[in-house]
Design a protein around this ligand. Structure first.
Ligand SMILES: [Zn+2]
Length: 351
């Protein structure tokens, strides 16, 4: 069964947080200082951050409103200066800005002038990065099924600030059980490989039973088309949060790493918003228990593939990098040495 609309997890979560008044957004009320622990070396990079223009924000609001009733949510825009302020206050050197231009390619809303707006949003992200080329890199966003997808990859390859492409399969309604979609995705990966671009992929689709079967289609038919480029699987293979779909997806990917090491050599995970700091439960013991359970699953996952296969990321503006790192140090059931190993990696596209 397919969900009728599937706003990316980030935004569903954002909505929930905005509604609950617990928004983690800069300027929100989630800013209470935490005690800093002395073993707290900052991660070298936040590998999963977003900025968006007013146009992309409006697109997001329309996507969130599709199929829902009530007042549209109030969402601010975000730019590179805000990202830099967050990184500086966290002591984090590098930031990876993932364009959400694929909003405009979502089949849920018929966006006028889609292609031009995709280009404009991607160019805006590149301009933010161009202000801080030693600290930031850009990924262009695109729906890989769009007829202009390969053109966006080519534009990325010819843009100094752009190191790769961000794909969001649920937002783009790519179905890994649909042979035609798999073929188009494979062709997109092949082209990205030729252009030497990295890929960040939100792999979870709209299938409610998303899991092994979908991951195997990706591993067997898509990945071999681009054997030499870094592939960052966002949110540990899921949709953010360690729910049952994330577990199915992660387990299938981890199995593939054992069974097809040559295919999985350049594949790694970002932890963007998967572990959830207990402080966010705000004393609600039922929520705290849920977060603890997710975090135990997350710790198991890290131990299974090894901390070098997982890079730090926040899904900013969903979480603020300094605060998120600090709170995870206090919440995760990992040793200080394990957390150091987990946090200290840098994706190959940042070398
Ligand atoms: Zn994201």
């Amino acid at each position: 069964m397919m969900k009728t609309t599937d706003v990316p997890a980030l935004f569903a979560a954002l909505l929930a947080l905005l509604v609950s008044g617990a928004a983690p957004l800069p300027g929100g009320d989630d800013t209470a200082p935490d005690p800093v622990r002395s073993d707290s070396a900052a991660p070298p990079a936040d590998h999963h951050m977003h900025v968006w223009s007013a146009d992309a924000r409006d697109a997001l609001v329309r996507l969130m409103a599709a199929g829902r009733e009530g007042e549209p949510p109030q969402i601010p825009t975000f730019d590179g200066e805000q990202v830099m302020a967050e990184l500086d206050s966290a002591g984090i050197e590098r930031g990876v800005l993932l364009s959400t231009a694929y909003f405009f390619g979502s089949p849920d809303v018929d966006f006028e002038d889609e292609r031009r707006r995709v280009r404009r949003e991607n160019d805006r992200v590149a301009r933010q990065v161009a202000e801080h080329p030693d600290r930031l890199v850009a990924f262009f966003g695109v729906n890989p099924l769009a007829d202009y997808a390969a053109d966006e990859a080519e534009r990325c390859a010819s843009t100094a600030e752009c190191v790769g492409m961000k794909l969001q399969l649920a937002n783009s309604d790519v179905d890994l059980r649909e042979p035609a979609h798999v073929e188009q995705l494979r062709e997109f990966f092949r082209r990205a490989g030729e252009l030497d671009l990295a890929i960040v992929i939100h792999l979870q689709t709209r299938r409610e039973d998303f899991g092994r079967r979908d991951v195997e289609a990706f591993v067997d038919h898509v990945l071999p088309a681009a054997p030499d480029i870094p592939v960052q699987v966002a949110h540990m293979g899921g949709d953010s949060r360690f729910d049952s779909a994330t577990v199915r997806s992660f387990d299938a990917l981890a199995d593939a790493m054992e069974e097809h090491p040559e295919r999985m050599d350049d594949v790694f995970f970002d932890m963007g918003l998967v572990p959830f700091p207990e402080q966010r439960a705000r004393g609600d013991t039922a929520r705290q228990r849920i977060y603890r359970r997710w975090n135990r699953r997350f710790a198991e996952a890290v131990r299974r593939v090894g901390p070098d296969r997982v890079v730090f990321g926040t899904d900013y503006p969903e979480a603020r990098p300094g605060q998120y790192a600090r709170r995870l140090r206090q919440s995760l059931p990992l040793t200080a040495a394990e957390i150091r190993d987990l946090f200290d990696d840098r994706a190959p596209y940042l070398e």
